[in-house]
Ligand binder design. Sequence first.
Ligand SMILES: [Zn+2]
Ligand SMILES: [Zn+2]
Length: 387
Amino acid sequence: MTIDPRILALTPDITSFRRDIHAHPEIRYEEVRTAARVAEALRAAGVDQVYTGVGKTGVVGVIEGRKSGSGKVVGLRADMDALPITEIIDRPWKSTTPGKMHACGHDGHTSMLLGAARYLAATRAFDGRVVVIFQPAEEGGAGARAMIEDGLFSQHGINRVFGMHNMPGLPVGHFNIRPGPIMAAADFVSIEIEGKGSHAARPNQGIDSVVVGAHVITALQSIVARNVDPMESAVVSMCQFHAGEADNVVPQFARISGTVRTFKPDVQERVEAAVKSIATSVASGLGAVASVTYRRSYPAVVNDPVATDFAASIAARVGSVNRDAPAVMGSEDFSFMLHQAPGAFIFAGNGDTASLHHPEYDFNDDLTPVGIQYWATLVETELPLAA
Ligand SMILES: [Zn+2]
Ligand SMILES: [Zn+2]
């Protein structure tokens, strides 16, 4: 690993910033203090333009290169939000807000991008323009989409956009990336079943919504096994099943809900159609009525092959990289940005820490200079100053 001495010099300051953000976590669209601190730091760094309130609580900084002849604009994105989880490890920078913590490392993402903005605003060794994007509400709030709706891409003319997420279990200095789908689409399913209530001693006089629900859940398991191409991937997880209030009453209503995850639009279509038809027809075969609500949330994160090759070559200069890493079943709203401009999402090793969304998790400060270097090298290579 080779880290520029100017990046090493600003790392202690960025680490203090990271720990301050960690101690003051804010969840989706409540990132008021975080956004204010980011905007203040960008202005102090001499970033040319700083926009706040983009996508409610997002912040955007624009940095002009020493030259502008290339006419190119590169977007770099970090997310700022925390999670509604209680942190259980005592560290000096432990969350000071009960029930909220930075359990996904977005404090680290924000700090690394701020470090890169400071380096780039000081050195400006590039030809073109850099847009640093500090996004709110990645965790279920579609903050990326909110920023796009506020003109993030149309206003700044971003040509290519890049994102990064830390990955526990992967050594610091190692990167994982792949062309094509790298993270899954996540859809939410809710199934309301109406049978007919009766006395538990006389089930023949009713239609048991619990038995119907059990058959529906079992039948849904056949989708991945029998409807999806064996060479493709999908997950159907029904995680809630609620029915009944008494031991001697056959309940009239049951509610099942869960998630579906897929990587490709045609697989997603097929699973959605199968969930609807299996739930309604199994219920009707047993005399009940099922109504299915299927809500698509974040699309799959699909890396542009050319941008992925480029990002991998940058990662290889900073550390080591697996260019054919396995895709991840989790989801990410950076996918919306990749619908606006080609780009690539990369995973950066967070070392041997607790997993993402775990109450013991913490962002690894050793990753900070690595991440800053990745952003800096990416910009100076994407927008090279002519020799
Ligand atoms: Zn997360
Ligand atoms: Zn995350």
